[in-house]
Design a protein around this ligand. Structure first.
Ligand code: PLP
Length: 410
């Protein structure tokens, strides 16, 4: 009998009981706004920031409304202005170029290498050609480039690095937490990331001026002294009247949901690793299917899984996706001609007027992507791998091509 997978690729774990209790307490007292505190009370949001700063080792942390807001706020806080060019990965998701565009800056896309990290040679070329002095580096799907080489290159070029850690919260590179290489880092707490408040974002930095500007930008109503993971009031003196209020604060309800999840992060990373390695073991040495190598000095978060069907004709890739979907396995394809739900390509961001990137086109044309929620077990992942492997082999043997675009599930 043909095996089928019946789990849901979009079902995350529930909020831990401690988070539900804390959320109810906030609802009962009604002080949801981060600056609405009773005398002597520390807000859930201020405590959350302090705890995330301590988790990453950053001096300062600001909790905001979304990962996209955190990235845009970081760019503004380091002085990016309308019309400036900002380097970023061609292989990333729409909120990244969107954050650049939201402040009137212009994304300059950099090619992706076959290991799904940014191409450093092309980064240098694009930095020189565009004159851009800021890189919004997206650790897309948790693939982290050689951070030593990247930082050395950016230091030499005078390029400031902002890290998009939406897929690397909890990851480390040579023992350093992801987000601690660049000047600022942004994280997302949207439901499919590594801690879940539906929406939410963090910005971390060690730079007191950047931190102070970010706090003012986020809409602090001059109540910045109520922050705990922010610089002292002196850091705000010179800039408080020169920094616009662009409201995007975190609220106490979401902070309450998040705080009990931070101590669980390390164990989530461990469990995601088991799922990832179960998929990897099941797919290894599948003819025609290329796995992405993971360097030994990297602790990655296996919250998604990618592989390449390198240089396969589009119709054949669509046949694999359709066959897997028929057996309950939801794959996404970065080669699809139109954006499908969360999956889109640099050439779909027409507002940014992207120049063609042949190397990225080739990688994305064969790139398959899969969500891995923590509600899966290692056995589920072994089953998913058996299904993918069987269908990849079947399509190669039959030479089958899907006649029309396969309907892709979100
Ligand atoms: C989710 C995500 C973000 C931030 O997204 P928000 O939905 O704004 O929190 C940034 N970068 C990548 C790669 C993402 O997947």
């Amino acid at each position: 009998m043909m095996e089928r997978f019946t789990g849901s690729f979009t079902q995350q774990e529930p909020i831990p009981d401690a988070g539900i209790e804390a959320a109810l307490a906030v609802l009962r007292h009604g002080r949801l706004h981060r600056y609405n505190t009773a005398p002597g009370e520390l807000s859930e949001t201020a405590l959350l920031e302090e705890e995330f700063a301590s988790l990453t080792g950053a001096r300062y942390c600001l909790a905001v409304a979304s990962g996209g807001y955190a990235m845009a706020c970081a760019l503004r806080a380091i002085g990016v202005r309308a019309g400036d060019r900002v380097l970023s990965n061609a292989f990333t998701l729409a909120p990244v170029p969107g954050a650049i565009a939201s402040i009137g800056a212009v994304p300059v896309f950099v090619e992706v290498a076959e290991d799904l990290t940014i191409d450093l040679a092309h980064l240098e070329q694009q930095a020189n050609a565009s004159g851009a002095r800021v890189l919004l580096l997206s650790h897309m799907r948790g693939h982290v480039c050689d951070m030593d080489r990247l930082m050395a290159l950016c230091d030499r070029l005078g390029v400031t690095v902002v890290e998009d850690c939406a897929h690397t919260m909890g990851a480390t590179w040579k023992g350093i937490p992801s987000g601690r290489h660049g000047k600022v880092a942004a994280y997302s707490m949207q439901t499919y990331k590594h801690v879940n408040s539906g929406e939410g974002g963090f910005l971390i930095t060690d730079d007191p001026q950047v931190a102070a500007r970010a706090v003012l930008l986020s809409g602090s109503y001059m109540l910045y002294a109520r922050h705990r993971a922010a610089p002292p009031p002196e850091a705000f003196e010179g800039i408080r009247l020169d920094t616009p209020n662009i409201s995007g604060r975190m609220d106490n309800l979401r902070a309450a949901i998040l705080r009990p999840q931070l101590p669980l992060l390390a164990d989530r990373v461990r469990r995601w690793g088991l799922l990832y390695r179960s998929l990897e073991a099941g797919l290894t040495e599948t003819p025609g299917l290329h796995l992405i190598p993971r360097p030994a000095h990297e602790v990655y978060v296996g919250s998604s899984f990618q592989f390449l069907l390198r240089d396969w004709p589009a119709g054949r890739i669509q046949a694999v996706i359709a066959r897997c979907a028929a057996r309950g396995v939801e794959l996404k394809w970065f080669g699809a001609p139109d954006p499908v739900a969360f999956t889109s390509r640099y050439d779909h961001w027409r507002y940014a007027d992207p120049a063609p990137l042949p190397q990225t086109d080739r990688v994305l044309a064969g790139l398959i992507d899969m969500r891995v929620p923590l509600t899966f077990t290692p056995e589920d992942c072994a089953l998913i791998a058996r299904i993918i492997r069987a269908e990849v082999l079947a399509v190669q043997q039959s030479g089958e091509e899907a006649a029309t675009a396969a309907p892709l599930a979100d």
